[in-house]
Design a protein around this ligand. Sequence first.
Ligand code: ADP
Ligand code: CIR
Length: 358
Amino acid sequence: SVAPEVVAKIEEGYAKLQAAKDCHSLLKKYLTKEVVDELKNKKTKLGATLLDVIQSGVANLDSGVGVYAPDAEAYTLFKPLFDPLIQDYHNGFAPSAKQPNTDLGEGKTAALVDLDPEGKFINSTRIRCGRSLQGYPFNPCLTEANYLEMEGKVKQIFNNITDAELAGSYYPLDGMTKEVQTQLIADHFLFKEGDRFLQAANACRYWPKGRGIFHNNQKTFLVWCNEEDHLRIISMQEGGNVGQVLERLIKGVKTIEKQAPFSRDDRLGWLTFCPSNLGTTVRASVHIRLPKISAKPDFKSICDGLKLQIRGIHGEHSDSEGGVYDISNKARLGLTEYEAVKQMYDGIAHLIALEKAA
Ligand code: ADP
Ligand code: CIR
């Protein structure tokens, strides 16, 4: 059973959230007293508790979501918290709903013609997806040996990539110079360091062990190893040619998939550490300048209406710089991969039309 100190911390966390008037996280919204009482004594087979689920959102009251799943079982064991939160985040995905089969959009990428052929608005386009290696839990339950073993497995996969466009090298974080790391982060290729949301979730243990980045020469195909998720597979390039970016991602995912089994849930699709990424795990984004409409007070609500999420120039929880925003699909669950990309595509086309007319 769950240790009394842990139960006490869960109850203190609940009280802290309730007292925080400025906290607007989904965690605060759905962690009711009833949910606390129902779940505070439960433990997954790997020993994870409700505290592991909520501690990031309790430590960071400015969280948007505020929860993480320490292992796959957490999504079922702590359902009374996860289900309504998932429904809220992912466009009403109900507890009875089921993620459709994977459709990355093979054969359909040509329809996604360049959103900005004159190069007036879009700096770059990026599509990423996450994958979890079967047989391993998520960050808070991984041992140092797990991290190193997983890194060894993915390095092997990278060595087997022969496609001329995709082939590249793996660069472990352990031993990377600060200069190289800082430059890769500034150029939007590498994950940042010291993310307080991940740290509070116990997701940065043994850092930088087992973490790293693979990329091709052009840095248009990249794979992150053991940051928030086991793998983050990324395709990106300058400009607004979404079709080309998706085409490369599909090729990359299929190449990697052939070599490793990934965790998939019948209902929730591809499994990820953060519930915001479940299902397709796809975030398709552009770095875009829309000086006229982004200055208007209703810009956020226009984006909400188009099912788009706005982030800053250095990713989640960062600010815009020089009027450039990162705009992407928000929902990743309850639609196909292609539909997630199309949601971004159609929304951005609409925003560009509004900007031109303004
Ligand atoms: P993720 O997209 O993996 O959820 P972040 O929001 O932290 O994570 O973004 C990771 C990095 O990708 C950041 O450096 C961010 O600026 C960069 N990025 C996101 N979208 C684009 C884009 N369309 N063009 C260039 N860089 C991008
Ligand atoms: C938060 O709750 O703000 C962080 N734990 C990150 C959640 C992921 N955000 C998102 O919108 N996809």
